[in-house]
Design a protein around this ligand. Sequence first.
Ligand code: NAD
Length: 415
Amino acid sequence: MNYDIADPALAPEGYRRIAWADRRMPVLAAIRRRFEEDQPLTGIRVAACMHVTTETAVLMQTLRAGGASVVLSASNPLSTQDDVAAALVDDGIPVYAIRGEDSAKFYEHINAILDTEPHLVFDDGADTTTVLHRERTEQPILGGMEETTTGVIRLRAMANDGVLRYPVVAVNDSATKHLFDNRHGTGQSSLDGILRASNILFAGRTVVVAGYGDCGWGIARRAAGLGANVVVIEVDPVRALSAAMEGYRVMTAAEAAPIGDVFITATGDIRIFRPEHFAVMKDGVILANAGHFDVELDLKGLGAMAVARRTIRENLEEYELDDGRRVVIVAEGRLVNLGAAEGHPADVMDMSFADQALAAEWLVQNAADLPPKVYTLPGELDDEVARLKLQAMGAGLETLTEEQERYLGAWEQGT
Ligand SMILES: NC(=O)c1ccc[n+]([C@@H]2O[C@H](COP(=O)([O-])OP(=O)(O)OC[C@H]3O[C@@H](n4cnc5c(N)ncnc54)[C@H](O)[C@@H]3O)[C@@H](O)[C@H]2O)c1
């Protein structure tokens, strides 16, 4: 078996941590039990380019239980947990991922997983899709799965331009994914990353959240819960209004720059904070990015303004400006929750990865009849995942009485 990981000796710790995640992923466990019996993925080769975390390991094991052969590379150079990679390799799943790998290695690894001639590709940020559409344009692929908002935006642009080569399921767009993973997962774990790196107190600080989509919603809420004064920066008027009515101050980036203590981006856009903002920020501000790519903070621009740069703690780098002010960057401006913490808790990845597993099954059943477009999973699958999660949480779900069902389906009854 070929693979490329940091250190196979880390496997025992990886196994321990994967087991802990597994215990908190009951929905995926239920799907795995069904997959073991039904074998819906028999003969299917899967290449996944995803964050190499304990939860992803449980997903890989679930796909394998369904009959697939799986191979994994990293969707971000900083998110790989080397002990998890080691445990998966020990368990017979080839992994190509080393925490901190450079860009050349990153793409070498993506090409290594694509060399296995997969039927299905799993992406988190559309990186394998990009390689399959730029360089490996002849390689046949049955279908793909996309985990995150940024990847889905890219795929929709490709579909609109008529260049998408195979059908892709936008797993992000399942309600049981983005309403929970992006909101609660990113919300909690992004603050977790900033706290682990800096150990600052949020109470009483002004925390500026750029982007009030699902991720920004979660980050703002959690920061407010810790006692921060939250400021939101948004370009979408409805979302900006909704932030204002949640009680946050809404303002422009230029207005927020001189008053913020902590800045967190979650827009999926580029250069949200750039030299004109760094020039007016307070001494010692902390900047972190929760969006998919490391382009939301203009670190090149910051680097050009800096007279000195130093690492002050693990995952914390300080840029000193010519007037002595310091701007502190968490996890090199990469996904802060994965770079400086462990990513989303397993409890929420349970649903996202249940959606991934069901998407793989659905795609294998339907791909032959699907034109190369971006698809959202049928709503019944969302309902199934939500029901299983509620069951696991011990929450009762009310059912409609016959009378209520009749009432809700009728239009004749007036006031
Ligand atoms: N860190 C993680 O683990 C994690 C998890 C899920 C999603 N993501 C990523 O986070 C990003 C946001 O995801 P989402 O689901 O919240 O997306 P979303 O589309 O729901 O929200 C993004 C928001 O940013 C706003 N925006 C865009 N450009 C802006 C600008 N210049 N200034 C201010 N606001 C701007 C948009 O109007 C939108 O409301 C994406 O890159 C996504 O891939 C990260």
